[in-house]
Design a binder for this molecule. Sequence first.
Ligand code: NDP
Length: 284
Amino acid sequence: MGKAIVLDGKAVAARVRAEVKTRAAEFARSRGRPPGLAVVKVGSDPASAVYVRNKRLACEEAGIKSFAFDLPDSVSREALVAQVKALNADPLVDGILVQLPLPKGLDANEIMDLVDPAKDVDGFHPYNTGLLAQKRPRLRPCTPFGVIRLAHEYGITLQGLRATVVGASNIVGRPMALELMLAGATVTVCHTRTRDLQAEVERAEIVVAAVGKPGMVRGEWIRPGAAVFDVGINRTAAGRLVGDVEYDAAAERAGWITPVPGGIGPMTIAMLLSNTLDAAVARS
Ligand code: NDP
């Protein structure tokens, strides 16, 4: 077993969910209705089906009403647009989540841009991303926000530290870099054009891996004592879930490390619930 402290995302997520449950009950008492989250699933992607089911269950457990919309692969652009507009207008819906990826032929950017920013609990709308970039966050992307919350819960101070984010997608890597800057870290972002990934990781006191390739971040690259947050979720041929970091070797060197599963995954769902409460309170 490694020397690193294992960051128990499952336990911290349970605490966040308990907080949300208390807030949701208070909201329901004072407003006469529960907070509501609409979860829209389009098509039959098996991974999406699992994520959507988990999100809906988590809502019900926390006292958030979940509105389910399961649209077929063949749904037209017009019908999906109409669905999102109807949810924007529905006063019982505080948050709207459109599960990605969308089937071929549908433009995810177009659909995300349609979601009312006040109901954008995924934090993917350019308006919310822009606010985060300008140091005035409102609804914050759940996965990066979950990393920050987990670090905070374990007393890992990010201010002044060198952070390297591996991955630069719109939903994880980029907002992660913005969150780390907001927290006062000095941030490097790596992607497929990065010349020397190893050197960028070796320098880092905080490493966030969000690539989608098992073992991409080698254990021997980890700076002794670094905090390692592994966002990656990959299924091996044997059916096991693994992250993007070579876990055992990294855990020998790191000060803190998140497991996969049980690290960032549960935090992401917890922050979605927390965002839904924030959106509900801000709207009412
Ligand atoms: P994307 O495929 O959208 O982005 C991957 C990023 O990694 C891109 O920026 C890409 O660079 C970069 N990349 C790919 N190969 C390399 C390489 N060899 N060296 C350096 N950078 C590389 O993935 P996502 O951001 O959506 O997701 C990343 C991982 O996180 C996946 O495993 C996903 O399942 C997981 N995930 C987990 C969540 C959770 O709740 N725990 C939530 C969301 C995602 P470029 O920009 O140049 O193409």
